[in-house]
Design a protein around this ligand. Structure first.
Ligand SMILES: [Ca+2]
Ligand SMILES: [Ca+2]
Length: 230
């Protein structure tokens, strides 16, 4: 009986240690998995190329209407020498995309405990109060648009009218199991930028582990067991 108790205590301690290490991992540093996140390289392609061929145009910005530019229209890049500028495409939103293969995160994603965190800085030249900008991540089970599993929802904001300030939008969402590709998106609502240009800089996306409810429950269970022993 004593041996059994010892064994079970050891197991619980191991589980507690595992849970604690999971929590430590969650709070650890994470890395931006976007390429050219500050738009310092002029390399880009069309939005249609990215959306129609994730594999062939992965890790490059696919711009609907706009270009990577230096200081323009009285707006200075938030960092470095360049930024993305987007103009009205004549439809509802003007968008820029980047497809990223996340299959190296499959173990974490398929455990159901992966979050995507996405953000970007936005600014316009126009002095139009309320320009509406979003950051969004779409999830796919394969390398085609038709394999979409869902999206993060929009991290959205209404910009101020000051071209000297950059505003941040961000979103965090659970990544669906079976996701192997994601497409990061920044966009401006056309009606809200009018004839102005919507700028973006410091795009960011990472994937982090969230503490599994099971691990937290085990921590609690270990605590109860310890109290009962006393
Ligand atoms: Ca930049
Ligand atoms: Ca501003």
């Amino acid at each position: 009986m004593k041996n059994l108790n010892t064994l079970s205590r050891t197991s619980l301690l191991s589980l507690s240690a595992l849970a604690a290490s999971a929590l430590l991992t969650t709070s650890g540093a994470s890395a931006n998995i976007l390429s050219n996140p500050g738009f310092e390289s002029l390399s880009s392609t069309t939005a249609a190329n990215v959306l129609n061929n994730f594999t062939g145009f992965q890790n490059v910005w696919g711009i609907e209407v706009g270009n990577i530019t230096g200081p323009a229209l009285g707006v200075t890049p938030a960092s470095g020498a360049r930024m993305l500028g987007m103009t009205d495409d004549g439809l509802t939103y003007t968008q820029t995309f980047q497809a990223v293969d996340v299959s190296s995160y499959s173990a974490l994603i398929n455990s159901g405990n992966a979050n995507v965190n996405a953000s970007a800085l936005f600014n316009t030249n126009g002095g139009y109060i309320g320009a509406f900008a979003i950051v969004n991540v779409m999830f796919f089970s394969g390398s085609t648009f038709g394999s979409m599993l869902g999206n993060s929802g929009n991290g959205a904001l209404n910009l101020d009218a000051n071209p000297n300030t950059w505003e941040s939008a961000s979103v965090t969402a659970a990544i669906p199991v079976n996701t192997t590709w994601v497409v990061y998106q920044v966009a401006y609502q056309n009606a809200s930028i009018g004839n102005n240009t919507g700028f973006v800089d410091q795009a960011y996306m990472d994937i982090t582990a969230v503490p599994a409810p099971g691990a937290l429950a085990l921590l609690g269970l270990a605590g109860i067991t310890a109290r009962r022993r006393r």
